[in-house]
Write a protein that binds this ligand. Sequence first.
Ligand SMILES: [Zn+2]
Length: 161
Amino acid sequence: MTNERLAVLSLVAILSAPLGAGTAAASCSDRPGTPIQMNITDQVYTAPGGPTRAVTKVYTVPGELFVHELTHAWQLHNRKPTMYQWIIEGVQKSDYAPLTNRSWSQGDIEEQAATVNTWFHNHATAAWTDQADLKKRLESAEALRDASFHFIKDNIRLGKN
Ligand SMILES: [Zn+2]
């Protein structure tokens, strides 16, 4: 078993029952005292290059979908929403618009995740080749000047909601 497979297996699903034919490729949740778990569909799991490079019609940059779902794992760890909050925020949204003129804490779970995956999309681009190249792209002046970068710097990296 590869390390990547083990890593992905360590992220198992709870809120993922209806994952089949929809566009949602993954979801995640946690239980008190247990690791955060994420479920991914077979389509993502068996993607060329592995699940961290999976693409869909919506998430067209390799890694973008994984980043989106990892943001949900971040939320579970840092926001610690109640199951009620999580379900309500997760099902009430029909658009996944990134935050623009609002603070991070004013965004719901999908707006926050969309903010992170959109920043990744715009700066990783589909052309990224390997980890070193990806790091270079995400640390480029353009990526750091992006209007959404403050969410990456001040919220995601600091674990601050
Ligand atoms: Zn989402």
